[in-house]
Design a protein. Sequence first.
Length: 371
Amino acid sequence: MARAVLPLTVLALCIVAFGLSSTANAAIGRKMVGVYELNKGDFSIRVTNWGATLMSVVLPDSKGNLADVVLGYDTVAEYVNGTAYFGGLIGRVANRIANARFTLDGKTYRLFRNDGNNSLHGGHRGFSKVIWTVKEHIGGGASPCITLYYHSFDGEQGFPGDLDVYVTYELSSPYVLAVRMNATARGKATPVNLAHHAYWNLGGHGSGSVLAETVQLFASRYTPVDAALVPTGRLAPVAGTPYDFRAPATVGARVGVPGGVSAGYDTNYAVDGVGVGGEGQRRLRPVAAVRDGATGRAMELWADQPGVQFYTSNGLGGVRGKGGKVYDRYGALCLETQGFPDAVNHPSFPSQIVRPGKVYEHNMVLKFSSF
Ligand SMILES: *[C@@H]1O[C@H](CO)[C@@H](O)[C@H](O)[C@H]1NC(C)=O
Ligand SMILES: *[C@@H]1O[C@H](CO)[C@@H](O)[C@H](O)[C@H]1NC(C)=O
Ligand SMILES: *[C@@H]1O[C@H](CO)[C@@H](O)[C@H](O)[C@H]1NC(C)=O
């Protein structure tokens, strides 16, 4: 297979230029940041090795009109600045860790508090805010793909042990995007919970709210949270609650109405058929299906993780994105497949601990179509 096709845009961004930690300078100061395209007919994506970020996903609607269905920015510099995690690869541990601390094998580790008292999405500078190495890029042909690699060092953002992390994006026909992640622990046991943080709007990024899009979630239970948005440890049935998306429902049907949710969804669901306790996690399961009636675009998500965080961009407001479009609350939805939030502090949740030499794997398949 061909290797290292030249990036479309080599931005020659040096990490020093962004005033980041001097400890990392020696190792990554010479790394180049670029934007890489994968094209398969009228289906294409762009990826940057800044945060292994998915910058765009362009595909046709039922009439053949092309649109980019993920929120984001035109330039990598704006991703460096951004705070919404648009399209980013989240790690070492996605979602919240209560009180930014955990105990593993008798040792207590303290993390950065970047969400009240909690650690969120890997800390101040998680995997979505570092430069990854492009290992392979095949821009066209039958299976365009890009593989990115990141070495996370022992103690980075407070986490124990070196970790070798890979993510591959691959296009296949018809309109299938696969995201494959793995991470190998070196030397010490560590929690690992990677998540992909694309903000989907099947009507096209910047086309307005997703409240009218239809969502189905293949999940009968969810993990209720406390006031700090950390799971209580309970698994509750969705039946009879506004969290029930077992039958397709519009995103907005139960938002801001009596008996509904007040300000959108930011909720982890337990995906049906993925065994608690680590069994069955290798098998792809249907996680979610999304349909946009206005354009006839549809998306199916399959994955092999215990959970999926359903987030309806409740915190977005006035963000200037691609093409000058402004993104507001409910301007997109995220379906972040992952382990359960704060699993490291809940022995009853499926374990996210990776022992030295062991491999964490996470596979997602996104199937697009029109109706
Ligand atoms: C980064 O953020 C600052 C403060 O919000 C803003 O003034 C600046 O224009 C931003 N830079 C980029 C490249 O977006
Ligand atoms: C953080 O924890 C302290 C001590 O328990 C508590 O007083 C404070 O309210 C917490 N802050 C937030 C934002 O939850
Ligand atoms: C992780 O993924 C990379 C890229 O696909 C692959 O080369 C490597 O063999 C994988 N590692 C393991 C331990 O599976």
